[in-house]
Write a protein that binds this ligand. Structure first.
Ligand code: ATP
Length: 297
């Protein structure tokens, strides 16, 4: 296991982290996409204020080469990294200015095109893990889509089209990328069932369920190999919740999905693998206690 400590005193240790990826794909930089994802969704944790988001992005870029070194060492140490599997090994995290780890030796693997759920008590470190995965997965993954809690709070445009294309390259030299994104846009809109909605519509005027669909569509334009969702049902009424669950059921056939949620009963039918995050940031493979209407306090 290697230790990496960045300039801002984040303390992260990890052994190996590899995202789903087909063997025939070559590594490419998706910095533009990542900037788009993170600038669209300002992250809710104090560790990820917009100010910090900017810092994290620059850290990620500098982390890239170190990460590759670490990856090779991890393999040499006997950690198996399957190219069609998200593999996380021995991840620890301690925020700046603190002496206690929020995450402690977190390890898990999630096969391609399967649905993983992480559940656990408030404050156990679930969101922190997703934030870390969003950052650390960048150097080795083709495409990772991330939708954090209440993404609609961070919509910035006054029509659906501008919202989906926010952050797309504007300079003339990137025509090919724009063409690629435009072709994928229609597919993403169809995938989430937004095709009945006018692209002129103000995203803030959409219903709760449709706002969530829009947030998913923004990520799906890139056809991510891994889609990470933090509390995708939070704040929705029963109909919108049922619609989003149905949508996830559909997406699960196409993508690898990792979800953090307290809505265990509604997620139950989707789950292929699940883990409980215990206080102190310890992750344990476990079936969710679906007999409860809501998790115990
Ligand atoms: N930058 C930080 N500095 C100090 N403590 C932090 C920082 N970021 C998160 N924490 C603490 O880490 C713990 C885990 O937070 P996190 O948001 O990951 O929990 P969670 O399991 O996602 O909770 P919930 O289910 O309520 O969303 C909390 O006690 C939180 O206060």
């Amino acid at each position: 296991m290697m230790t990496w400590q960045n300039m801002d005193d984040h303390h992260v240790t990890y052994g190996c982290l590899q995202s789903p990826k087909r063997p025939d794909q070559t590594y490419k930089s998706f910095t533009a996409f990542f900037v788009m994802a993170l600038s669209t969704f300002a992250l809710s944790s104090p560790a990820f204020t917009p100010h910090r988001t900017k810092f994290e992005l620059s850290s990620l870029i500098s982390l890239k080469s170190r990460f590759r070194v670490n990856f090779r060492r991890a393999r040499a140490a006997g950690i198996f990294c399957n190219y069609s599997c998200l593999e996380v090994r021995d991840v620890c995290y301690r925020p700046p200015g603190t002496q206690v780890n929020i995450l402690n030796g977190v390890s898990f693997s999630l096969p391609e095109k399967s649905f993983g759920l992480i559940f656990g008590r408030s404050g156990s470190g679930k969101t922190t893990l997703l934030q870390l995965l969003a950052g650390l997965s960048k150097p080795t993954s083709e495409k990772v889509g991330i939708v954090f809690q209440f993404p609609e709070r961070y919509f910035v445009a006054d029509n659906v089209l501008d919202e989906v294309t926010f952050g797309w390259p504007r300079q003339s030299g990137s025509f090919q990328l724009k063409e690629y994104l435009t072709l994928n846009l229609q597919r993403a809109i169809n995938w989430v069932g937004l095709n009945g909605i006018s692209l002129d519509k103000d995203p803030h005027s959409l219903s709760g369920g449709y706002k969530r669909r829009l947030a998913l569509a923004i990520q799906l334009v890139q056809i991510p190999d891994l889609l990470i969702l933090d509390e995708p049902l939070a704040g929705l009424d029963w109909k919108a919740r049922a619609d989003v669950v149905k949508l996830l059921e559909h997406l699960k056939k196409e993508l690898t999905i990792l979800v953090v949620s307290h809505d265990l009963k509604e997620m139950a039918a989707l789950i292929d693998h699940s883990w409980r995050m215990d206080m102190g940031g310890f992750l344990i493979e476990e079936q969710p206690p679906v007999i409860w209407d809501s998790p115990p306090a």
